[in-house]
Design a protein around this ligand. Structure first.
Ligand code: NAP
Length: 543
């Protein structure tokens, strides 16, 4: 096929010691379903190396019996997990985390080969996966040898002190169906899995096809190491077929991806007619706010600059949490623009295997096209102050067949009258600066034009400003990060999704919510009000 890659029909060829830098194979991904690895039928979809445009893998889920896959999760995986205590499920998550971490170097190579990730980008995804599994494992240890969770104190409901009510949560009897976006094949897959498995619900996971190799390789590791009990985790590499049509009120569908696909998922019959649960994580126009009190060159200033540049360049700006809009006091516009441009000039775009390269390619030809179209729309109402979506200033090792684009910084001087800068999520290395008049009310109104976001970061130490601003923006955001001078050097950063905290956002962001410690389990559990004899109920459900 005229490439470094030669076609292999045996999926076992992807086993240990793939040499991705020398001659490699085109891996045929299979599906881990019904307790075994099964190839789909032709035609296969190609997965590319976005740095070179070469085909690195192919996959299909055609011909799979999705009804049987769903039944297998319910009848085999569900009972197995429900028999296990929280502590035992936690031990399973820990074993998953350890097995994946042990193969980290090989997995980093795959994230580069199929995702165009730099080493840092790949670690962000993989370590996000193993750290989240490990975090939920430690939560489970604290829960111990129980099978249901009680929610709050029991309350006396009648004159008799004996008659009490309490709430208990127990696992749904169906499957957790996880459909993920292309940008985090490891983290996206296993942050969802950690919550579902700990709750006691078996997983059917479908990574985005274009970057599915990494998720596939991880599941291969888990099955090779015999970590996964039968039916607890199934993997589909390709289309979801008619899987969602088999769902009902005991299933939970968690989707991450574009708002358009989210709307299709929301309309599936299992949800509309049979009340399958649904959680949608979709587009988001996230923001950063620079407070009027921030001194140029202060720790808070540099924290803001650092976060904005990271969000623009990490994973080539293909992050759901990426900062797309920055609200800047008018008097600080020029200095912030200068500081950001100075940083962006140092960003080398190119071959992600080169340690000097900060930003790799976009993940596919269609993402690159979409990015360029999006930047064109933004330029209708904002001015480019750095970069271009078609030409790259500072580059190294660019292959002309790869999907590379440089970062673009814009400024929109009349943001209250603009629409695309608040409404079009351009999924790439792009960000728009917007001035405001120092007033928290004006700033909050601009934030709300985003229609609901995953995250907004606020950089300010001015209590008066924060006291007015924060109540005005919290309901438009799933997460708000406040960086003042006391936490400027320790804050985890805008884009870091912490498993202790909820992830998700209202409106355009999909209205969903994931993670947040034990809160993340509630999507996979039924909360039931139990009313009766307190002593008897406590003997059955625990106190
Ligand atoms: P996408 O095109 O919507 O695809 C997302 C997933 O949906 C993929 O697995 C895709 O499978 C699947 N899919 C597509 N059509 C489907 C259908 N009819 N039935 C069932 N599944 C279907 O999104 P993407 O391009 O991968 O991801 C980029 C988007 O994700 C961005 O908008 C970004 O903001 C969003 N995102 C949000 C978050 C968050 O946490 N809020 C996180 C990451 C990304 P195929 O790949 O096989 O088509």
């Amino acid at each position: 096929m005229g490439s470094l890659y030669t076609r292999a029909t045996d999926s076992t060829q992807s086993q240990k010691n793939i040499n991705l830098k020398a001659e490699s194979t085109v891996i045929r991904l299979s599906n881990y379903v019904l307790g075994e690895w099964r190839e789909g039928n032709a035609p296969f979809r190609n997965l590319e190396n976005p740095s070179t445009g070469e085909v690195v893998a192919e996959t299909s889920s055609k011909g799979l019996d999705f009804k049987a896959i769903h039944t297998y999760a319910r009848d085999v995986g569900g009972p197995t997990l429900r028999k296990m205590t929280f502590a035992e499920r936690g031990a399973l998550l820990k074993a998953m985390s350890r097995a994946v971490y042990a193969q980290r170097e090989r997995l980093i190579d795959i994230a580069t080969a199929n995702g165009g990730n730099t080493r840092k980008d790949a670690k962000f995804d993989l370590d996000g996966a193993t750290a989240t599994l490990s975090y939920y494992a430690s939560l489970a240890k604290g829960l111990g040898d129980i099978h249901t969770l009680t929610d709050g104190e029991s309350v006396q409901l009648a004159m008799s002190a004996r008659f009490h009510g309490s709430h208990v949560s127990s696992p749904l009897l169906g499957a957790a169906i996880h459909i993920n976006a292309f940008n985090f094949p490891a983290w996206g897959t296993f942050e969802k899995a950690a919550c579902a498995i700990l709750a006691g619900v078996p997983v059917i996971s479908k990574p985005a096809t274009s970057t599915a190799w990494l998720a596939w390789e991880i599941v291969k590791i888990l099955t090779d190491e015999n970590v996964l009990p039968a039916g607890v985790f199934q993997l589909i590499c390709g289309g979801a077929g008619d899987l969602l049509e088999h769902t009902d009120g005991q299933d939970a569908i968690a989707f991450t991806g574009s708002a358009d696909t989210g709307a299709i998922i929301r309309n599936c019959e299992g949800h509309v007619k049979r009340s399958a649960r649904i959680n949608i994580e979709a587009d988001s126009l996230n923001a950063a706010i620079i407070g009027p009190d921030v001194d140029v060159g202060s720790d808070v200033w540099f924290a803001a600059v650092r976060n904005i540049i990271t969000e623009m360049t990490q994973k080539a700006g293909q992050k759901c949490t990426a900062i797309r809009r920055v609200m800047v006091p008018m008097g600080l516009m020029e200095q912030l623009q200068e500081s950001l441009i100075a940083e962006l000039e140092g960003v080398i775009v190119g071959d992600p295997t080169d340690p000097n390269v900060r930003m790799g390619p976009l993940s596919s030809g269609s993402q690159l096209k979409d990015y360029r179209e999006g930047v064109d729309l933004l330029t209708g109402e904002a001015t480019v102050v750095f970069g271009s979506s078609t030409e790259i200033g500072n580059s190294k090792g660019i292959n002309k067949n790869g999907y590379f684009a440089g970062p673009v910084l814009l400024r929109c001087d009349a943001p209250e009258a603009a629409s695309y800068v608040h409404g079009r999520e351009v999924f790439g290395p792009v960000c728009t600066l917007m001035p405001y008049d120092d007033s928290p009310e004006t700033c909050a109104a601009l934030i709300r034009l985003g229609g609901g976001s995953l995250a907004t970061s606020v950089y300010s130490s001015d209590k008066g400003f924060l006291k007015k601003l924060l109540p005005e923006i919290v309901t438009s955001n799933g997460r708000v990060l406040v960086v003042d001078k006391k936490v400027a050097d320790t804050a985890t950063g805008h884009g870091m999704v912490m498993p202790q905290m909820v992830h998700g956002g209202p409106g355009r962001a999909g209205g969903g919510e994931e993670l947040g410690g034990l809160r993340g389990l509630s999507f996979y559990m039924q909360r039931t009000a139990i009313q009766g004899n307190k002593a008897l109920m406590e003997r059955i459900f625990g106190s």
